[in-house]
Ligand binder design. Structure first.
Ligand code: FAD
Length: 488
């Protein structure tokens, strides 16, 4: 059956749930993508179920009619077409409840963004390992792993999920936890969209009314970059302070970076009320043109993207520019990623080569307002030793996930931007391969479509994932009909 007939069937059975192009609710729903290129795909209908049963009935119809459909939670994954479809889009928007259960657990619907979860937890003095920016969706983030302010202690954020509520392609509703559907519980901790639509997550919370953190901005000269990368590599070797967090963001926008050097936004956090934590000393010694670190709540840190009050006026525009490039829904973006181990000199070489290549690539001629960014996620021992699908094992060496990010405005530039990113990513991957430092696994939440995600996992993990998919989705609906990172 074609998707027009299916849309009519869905519209008859779920009249308030099916949105058609041109209606104000459709247009509003279709604007919720971090990458504007995904909004341009325009589904034939957007379906917005408001309960797990309704979701399961909808999926059953789509499965029976072999209709392609995409799933979207927050819409923050930039990969073209991974969270939308020209056929049907199931948006989790109306699955937006949040409640405390059994005292210290929080259960929230897949339609929430992290900001709403933090708004709910903050007055209760509680935190969860969630996204570091307010608008990121809970669904894609948790199903592919999740890097939170607490990654050094908790590992992948999905480790703190105690239960998933899932709508299967068979039309059944199941919960997956340590006791029921244990294999599915394991597979959903990192295995993505491959098993069903998760309609709600239940997570462990902990008390932490205040923590320390914020962004330090520095000019990315060669010397400063050397110091930043020394500190970043030190932070994952030897004895790791599990309360400390760092995300190293570097970015270059021609109008903002007139000296020619990129900028660093060092996003620091510490799970405690300490000023200048010793574990982050290396980053605190880097000369900063702006220092936004302070005692704050988790919500306030996640809100840093919109709170620039008190920032040194000279740098407000740089920060606002970087944040609006990274966060707004209005413009286009892409990710590419790769993982490697190795030392600070290799990272410095990658950094220098990336910005040389980006400046020579023609991307800023294509769109003068474009941004090229390079970010690092330092993966210390806890990310490898956990129970999730994407924990590489206790014996795995600490590694870095390196994320290429472009942002631009002009729709005509998209094709060229992707070609440029592919060429740069290939050169950088070759560099780490030549250094014997390449790791085949890439964290899907920061990956591009050509990057190795599930392919890079150990064979026994891949086999186990395929077995779980075959058991819970025997027709392979989530492999064949749903876009996203497939199992291999
Ligand atoms: C500005 C920005 C900041 C970010 N910060 C962080 C960060 O701090 N830490 C981090 O780890 N990552 C971060 N990311 C990456 C982010 O985690 C991923 O993009 C993630 O997939 C976003 O989740 P989402 O729900 O918004 O995804 P969506 O785009 O809605 O979905 C992503 C994928 O997951 C699938 N999916 C979504 N919901 C469900 C569901 N309920 N059931 C089944 N499948 C589903 C979709 O089909 C799609 O394939 C950031 C990205 C951006 C752009």
């Amino acid at each position: 059956m074609g998707d027009i007939t299916t849309t009519e069937t869905l519209a008859q059975q779920f009249p308030n749930t099916v949105l058609k192009p041109g209606s104000p609710r459709y247009e509003e729903e279709n604007s919720k993508f971090w990458n504007r290129d995904n909004a341009d795909i325009r589904p034939s209908a957007i379906v917005t179920p408001s309960s797990v049963q309704e979701t399961a009935s909808i999926v059953k119809i789509l499965s029976d009619t072999e209709t392609d459909f995409a799933i979207r939670s927050g819409g923050y994954m930039p990969v073209p077409g991974h969270n939308t479809s020209s056929s049907i889009l199931i948006s989790t928007t109306c699955l937006n409840s949040i409640e405390l259960v059994q005292g210290n657990l929080v259960k929230f619907g897949a339609g929430n963004q992290w900001g709403s979860v933090y708004d709910f937890l903050e007055p209760r003095g509680l935190v969860v390992p969630g996204g570091r920016s307010r608008p990121v969706g809970v669904g894609g983030f948790l199903l592919h792993g999740g890097v939170s302010h607490f990654y050094a202690e908790v590992g992948w954020a999905c480790e703190a999920v105690v239960e998933f509520e899932v709508a299967l392609a068979t039309g059944e509703v199941v919960v997956a936890n340590e006791k029921e559907n244990k294999e599915l519980y394991w597979a959903l901790k990192g295995g993505g969209k491959n098993f069903g639509i998760v309609t709600a997550f239940t997570m462990k919370t902990r008390e932490l009314p205040k923590m320390w953190g914020g962004v330090r901005v520095a000019v990315g000269t060669h010397e400063t970059a050397g110091k930043v990368f020394e500190a970043m590599h030190d932070g994952i070797q030897g004895v790791v302070d599990e309360k400390a967090h760092v995300e190293v963001i570097s970015f270059f926008v021609p109008q903002m970076c007139q000296s020619g050097d990129p900028m660093f936004a060092l996003c620091l956090a510490y799970a405690g009320e300490v000023e200048r934590p010793q574990a982050l000393k290396g980053f605190l010694e880097v000369e900063a043109v702006h220092d936004g670190t302070r005692t704050a709540t988790q919500r306030e840190l996640a809100d840093d993207d919109k709170q620039n009050i008190g920032y040194d006026k000279r740098w407000v525009s740089v920060l606002e520019g970087m944040r609006s490039h990274m966060l707004t829904h209005k413009i286009r973006g892409l990710f590419r990623a790769f993982s490697y181990h190795g030392g600070p000199q290799l990272t410095l070489d990658i950094y220098s080569e990336y910005y040389t290549l980006a400046k020579q690539s023609g991307m800023f001629e294509e769109d003068p307002g474009a941004m090229a960014a390079l970010l690092w996620l330092p993966a210390g021992p806890k990310l490898s030793s956990g129970t999730s699908v994407i924990s590489l094992g206790e014996e795995a060496e600490p590694y870095l996930s390196c994320n290429i990010c472009f942002r631009w405005e002009r729709p005509e530039a998209s094709k060229k931007m992707h070609a440029i990113a592919d060429a740069i990513a290939e050169k950088l991957k070759k560099k780490v391969q030549d250094a014997g430092a390449f790791i085949p696994f890439t964290y899907a939440n920061i990956a591009g479509v050509e990057d190795t995600t599930f392919q890079g996992l150990p064979n026994k993990t891949k086999k186990r994932l395929r077995e779980v998919a075959a058991r819970y989705d025997p027709q392979g609906v989530f492999q064949k009909q749903v876009p996203g990172f497939n199992l291999v």
